[in-house]
Design a protein around this ligand. Structure first.
Ligand code: HEC
Length: 153
């Protein structure tokens, strides 16, 4: 399931310093997609912490959260080849039973991160309200996809 070519996603991941993730991809798509989602989880922790006021808001940190989400949303769909529903994975069988439904969730994720990137500008969202406005829709896509396509919520 390729949303964009491997070349484009690899370039983006490498650009963000996650070259190791891309290098792993050929042998182990499950580990790769879990590593990508871990980076999303870490970015969500930072972003959510700033949105709740637990971490002081900083535009550069806001921009890095959005950039991580953006890269993940572009690359993620590349790592679900046939047969990778087996083993240590929390991906549900639904991904392979209903590829169009999964592609639609990926498209929502990617559309939300594209808008957030546009709102992020050169220096990141100026204040926490701008960051919340940019990230709110991105956070909405986590639950929407996990509900059906991830075993644990
Ligand atoms: C298009 C579907 C989709 C979207 C959108 C999505 N996820 Fe996931 N996520 C998954 C799937 C599928 C797994 C399980 C993958 C596996 O175990 O092979 C997962 C796993 C995870 C994990 C566990 C990673 C690990 O270490 O195994 C975290 C953390 C996570 N997601 C956070 C998020 C957050 C936060 C968002 C929103 C910003 C998000 N996800 C958006 C599909 C999605």
């Amino acid at each position: 399931m390729r949303i964009l070519g491997r070349v484009v996603s690899t370039a983006l991941i490498t650009g963000l310093g996650l070259a190791g993730v891309a290098a792993q991809a050929a042998e182990d798509p499950v580990a790769t997609r879990q590593a990508i989602m871990s980076s999303v989880g870490a970015a969500a922790g930072l972003g959510g912490g700033m949105m709740k006021g637990e971490i002081d808001y900083n535009p550069v940190a806001g921009k890095s959260v959005i950039a991580t989400m953006r890269a993940a949303s572009i690359a993620y769909g590349d790592y679900f080849p046939a047969g990778s529903d087996q083993g240590e994975t929390d991906a549900t069988a639904k991904i392979w039973e209903d590829p169009d439904g999964f592609a639609a969730e990926l498209a929502k994720f990617s559309a939300a991160t594209e808008k957030a990137t546009a709102a992020s500008g050169k220096d990141g969202p100026a204040d926490v309200d701008a960051f919340k406005a940019a990230m709110g829709p991105v956070f909405g896509t986590c639950k929407s996809c996990h509900e059906t396509y991830r075993k644990k919520n």
